[in-house]
Design a protein around this ligand. Structure first.
Ligand code: SF4
Ligand code: SF4
Length: 474
């Protein structure tokens, strides 16, 4: 057993109100500079939708992430020799129109325009060329299903049957999906980088790009299946979410999590077994979610603790792992799922899938068929199509809701329904309720301070700068 520690996040989607505060806070803090105008390290998408950049989930187009080829894990963007042979030409790159042309408004004209018969206006100006422009896209262009027949209907996770719903608005469903870099356990961005500039920190698993070493080949941009690494056209370097490490090293949550209005975000430590990583990443799609979860270790197991100590993990990190809200969500209660596990990067940001709006009928029948958001859709987003895994999670969420409602109304039958739906006893249900609904700041963020002087970086790259599983110890 080779125990590693990872800072990770859970987002409880039922609580997201789509306010974009997280995105704006992140933008003000990290991407308010020249060359970063179009970058949103954190963005919030309305689902169904094509997201930002448009159609990022389409790996047929971008060839991001990993696949099983000849029985083993391979980068979709190609072998190291393949990448080197076309290093000056990467047709899988997203281009400006996949994001949007960043713009501002000519505010000065409102005060400086010469006297005229007409009211002065602030026209949109491109932040690239400075010229007047017509806005045709933005980072949240399909917000709240705006233009849904044009945009949302193209969501690749929709079945043909569900796509028809865009003509019947009273039946339509939507949810918000906030996204950031997943600080993956098997980051495709790092593996594809010909310069070896992307690395995963040993002490907390945060994935960073060494700005000195980056040579702007941009293979990281196409290889990241989540499109969460961006090219700064002014500096000629790739940039990405840094999990606000200057804050996390000090025991504080990232800006997006700290500012989250819906209090949907939780941050904590996970311990995982590096020795089993490749094996679980090669699991068949039907069992992928369970396989990935099996790699996450129980931090209160004495054997795990012994191995963690042996691996040099600090005692306060082991203790934080025991109190981790992320562990509680992902493993203890099994309420949080990874985003597109089939990309096989093993993302370390997890989501509690949306249950609401629960239709009256679903509440009475407690059956999945009456849920407004189709299980098939959620399975396509969170479990590589495994509907049973989504149903299991939704049943638990519905169980918590039913039990607590029954308790409030002194309705024993409803409480029993909650117990049978979730498979938990009353004490467990109340604990899960407190975790999902009542947790305060110190419960949501259990982040130990980092002793950087004791830290190390995983040796993510082989001699040529490529991830080489099995040969290189991280
Ligand atoms: S989500 Fe982040 S760590 Fe994972 S591949 Fe993309 S940029 Fe790399
Ligand atoms: S700040 Fe929180 S509630 Fe608001 S959009 Fe972001 S994740 Fe959702």
């Amino acid at each position: 057993m080779d125990v590693r520690a990872q800072l990770s996040m859970v987002l409880h989607l039922d609580k997201c109100i789509g306010c974009h505060t997280c995105s704006v806070t992140c933008k003000n803090l990290w991407t308010n500079r020249k060359g970063t105008e179009y970058m949103w390290w954190n963005n919030v998408e309305t689902r169904p939708g094509t997201g930002y950049p448009k159609n990022w989930e389409d790996q047929g187009k971008f060839r991001g992430g990993w696949e099983i080829k000849n029985g083993s894990l391979s980068l979709k963007s190609g072998s190291k020799w393949g990448i080197l042979s076309r290093i000056f030409h990467n047709p899988d790159q997203p281009v400006m129109k996949d994001y949007y042309e960043p713009f501002t408004y000519d505010y000065a004209n409102l005060t400086d325009a010469p006297e005229s018969a007409n009211q002065p206006i602030a026209r949109a100006k491109s932040r690239i060329t400075g010229e007047s422009m017509n806005i045709e896209a933005g980072p949240n262009w399909d917000d709240d299903l705006g233009g849904s027949r044009e945009y949302a209907a193209k969501d690749p996770n929709l079945t043909e049957e569900d796509r028809v719903l865009f003509g019947e608005f009273e039946k339509i469903f939507m949810m918000y999906l906030p996204r950031l870099c997943n600080h993956c356990l098997n980051p495709a961005c790092a593996a594809a980088c010909p310069s070896g500039s992307i690395y995963k920190r040993g002490e907390d698993g945060i994935v960073l790009n060494d700005q000195e070493k980056c040579r702007a080949w941009r293979y990281c941009v196409s290889a990241c299946p989540y499109k969460k690494i961006y090219y700064n056209w002014d500096r000629g370097k790739s940039e990405k979410c840094i999990f606000c490490y200057p804050k996390s090293e000090n025991g504080e949550p990232s800006a997006c999590a700290h500012s989250c209005v819906g209090r949907i975000r939780y941050t904590g430590v996970l311990l995982y077994d590096y020795d089993r990583l490749i094996q679980v990443l090669e699991a068949p799609e039907e069992t992928l979610v369970e396989a990935l979860k099996s790699c996450i270790l129980d931090p209160s197991d004495p054997e795990v603790k012994r191995h963690a100590k042996k691996a040099g993990i600090e005692p306060d990190w082991i203790q934080a792992a025991e109190n981790s809200p992320v562990y509680a969500f992902v493993k203890e209660f099994g309420l949080a799922l990874p985003l597109h596990p089939e990309f096989r990067t093993f993302p370390m940001v997890f989501y509690v899938p949306s249950l609401s709006p629960v239709l009256r009928k679903a509440e009475t029948d407690m059956t999945m068929e009456n849920f407004r958001i189709p299980v098939k859709y959620l399975a396509s987003v969170f479990t590589a199509g495994n509907e049973a895994a989504v149903e299991d999670t939704l049943k638990k969420l519905l169980g918590i809701r039913s039990y607590m409602r029954g308790k409030e109304l002194a309705d024993k039958e409803l409480m029993e329904k909650g117990i049978s739906l979730s498979g938990w006893n009353g004490r467990e249900l109340e604990k899960a309720y407190r975790l999902t609904s009542l947790t305060n700041f110190t419960g949501r963020f259990v982040i130990p301070k980092t002793r950087r002087e004791n830290g190390s970086s995983y040796e993510m790259q082989g001699a040529e700068g490529f991830l080489d599983h099995g040969k290189n110890k991280r």
